[in-house]
Design a protein around this ligand. Structure first.
Ligand SMILES: Nc1ncnc2c1ncn2[C@@H]1O[C@H](COP(=O)(O)OP(=O)(O)OP(=O)(O)O)[C@@H](O)[C@H]1O
Ligand SMILES: [Mg+2]
Length: 465
């Protein structure tokens, strides 16, 4: 388990500033691990201290959640609270966040178990590849008697695929060829060879999961799918890809799914994290709900039992939410945390505030994170063989313009950087492929030429930046 410091260091790679929020999140995460070290009795008594992140728009709340999801080795889901105020909402929908969390946990456990059997699965997968690459001779089919048809039918009902070995003849020469192909496979000589593979048709029926059955935790397609043979589709792929498909299929045969589901539920219960974004939008603020919109207080009342701890029925079994960690987040511009119903407020005892970003922060956001905007554009334009660089003054200018527009127009935080940078680079993005230029340096003057005018004209900047 990463220590709080390590988690913060990881977040630092992507999120500038907001140290208080990063620390609080890291401690909350680490506390999950601490709790698991205690006796079972103590574990029962210690419930997570849920956390509420409060801060203006565009300063990194959602970004922290997004990054957290990638670095924590725990089931994590993020939901938008506003989703539950939409027309067509029915009370049970809020439980879908718990079901989604369990789905993630199942995926995690499955990957873990699949990794354990990978060696064996790979062997089986290679055997299947050899047979596909050097097929046996199909025995002549004489399905003209009633008896033949009946036996074919029984085979089908027993779930035996038609291409089973009994329909195949393997001569000595085929056997020899298979041996040599198998050697070539082992040496990695056939990885790019293409072949046609029958794969399960993964297409789910439309609207799956959101229907009445989905809400009760029943996956209709899965239930029916077990009664009917899985529909197969043909796909052409390389040996490399086909092996992965086969490894998954073979792994599925080697693991115990009941164990996976059981472990997944425990994992979700003890380490699961549910991030509820835009939670301020379900507080009773100054704005009236539109007609047809579901009452915000109603949504809070629906969420409450989940956050307080209750049992949710999923297709893998009952899941207890007592020890799940909930992180709420919102700008709380119109509504305040105190506009949430009292019981819900009480369930988010830890409050952290995110600060407005400064011009200096903007400079860092533009350049420092691993996925910083300037790095993204340099890579994109690099695809045309054009190398762009920004002078420090140009970056400072962009940051300055962003801060100025934010204060003269609506303050949308770091989101402003994206629109400004896009405007600055518009021409290069358009002409890049035709320019035949090796390198372009974006200077302060270039930035000023492209956006200086727009930024100082409040009518224009309202629409463009
Ligand atoms: N502190 C930061 N460090 C790095 N990038 C940031 C930071 N804050 C915002 N950004 C950038 O701005 C974008 C918008 O930020 P984010 O989605 O986190 O806003 P938010 O705080 O959730 O706002 P809202 O309340 O409107 O949802 C992010 O995708 C990210 O690129
Ligand atoms: Mg957000």
């Amino acid at each position: 388990m990463q220590t709080p410091k390590q988690i913060v260091a990881e977040l630092d790679k992507y999120v500038i500033g907001q140290d208080e929020a990063k620390r609080a999140v890291a401690v909350a995460l680490y506390n999950r691990w601490r709790r698991m070290q205690l006796s079972e009795k103590m574990q029962q008594d210690i419930t997570p201290k849920n956390l509420l992140m409060i801060g203006p728009t565009g300063v990194g709340k959602t970004e922290i959640a997004r990054r957290l999801a990638k670095i924590v080795n725990a089931p994590f889901v993020k939901v938008e609270a506003t989703k539950f105020t939409e027309v067509g909402y029915v009370g049970r929908d809020v439980e879908s966040m718990v079901r989604d969390l369990v789905d993630v946990a199942v995926q995690m456990e499955e990957n873990k178990q699949y990794d354990n059997v990978r060696g064996r699965a790979e062997k089986e997968a290679n055997k299947r590849l050899v047979k596909l690459l050097v097929p046996g001779i199909k025995k002549e089919k004489r399905q003209n008697t009633m008896a033949d048809m009946m036996s074919a039918l029984t085979a089908l009902q027993n779930g035996q695929p038609a291409d089973k070995a009994d329909g195949e003849e393997v001569t000595d020469s085929i056997r020899d060829e298979r041996l040599s192909v198998s050697e070539q496979l082992d040496k990695g000589l056939l990885e790019d060879r293409e072949l046609t593979v029958q794969v399960n048709d993964e297409k789910k029926p439309a609207g799956g999961g959101n229907d009445m059955y989905g809400q009760m935790g029943i996956d209709l397609s899965e239930t029916l799918g077990n009664l009917m043979p899985k529909s197969k589709v043909e796909r052409t792929m390389t040996v490399r890809e086909a092996r992965e498909v086969f490894i998954r299929e073979e792994s599925a045969k080697l693991v115990n799914h009941a164990d996976i589901y059981h472990d997944a539920i425990q994992l979700a219960e003890n380490s699961g994290i549910i991030f509820i974004d835009e939670i301020d939008k379900i507080a009773a603020g100054s704005k009236k709900s539109g007609s047809g919109e579901v009452s915000r207080e109603g949504v809070q009342r629906d969420i409450l039992p989940i956050v307080e701890g209750s049992q949710v029925f999923t297709k893998y079994g009952l899941v207890n939410t007592d020890h799940m960690l909930f992180i709420g987040s919102g700008a709380f511009a119109e509504a305040k945390p105190s506009d949430l119903i009292a019981e819900l407020q009480g369930r988010f005892p830890i409050r952290v505030e995110l600060k407005d970003l400064t011009e200096h922060d903007f400079v860092r956001i533009l350049t420092e994170p691993d996925n910083a905007l300037t790095k993204q554009y340099m890579a994109l334009i690099g695809a045309d063989g054009v190398e762009i660089t920004f002078t420090q003054e140009a970056i400072a200018k962009i940051a300055h313009i962003a801060a100025t527009v934010n204060s003269s127009q609506e303050n949308i935080g770091a989101r402003r950087l994206a629109t400004i940078l896009e405007t600055v680079l518009e021409d290069i993005l358009y002409e890049g492929p035709d320019m035949q230029m090796g390198a372009i340096t974006i200077t302060e003057k270039y930035v000023d030429d492209k956006v200086g005018k727009i930024a100082s004209d409040s009518d224009m900047s309202r629409y463009i930046l």
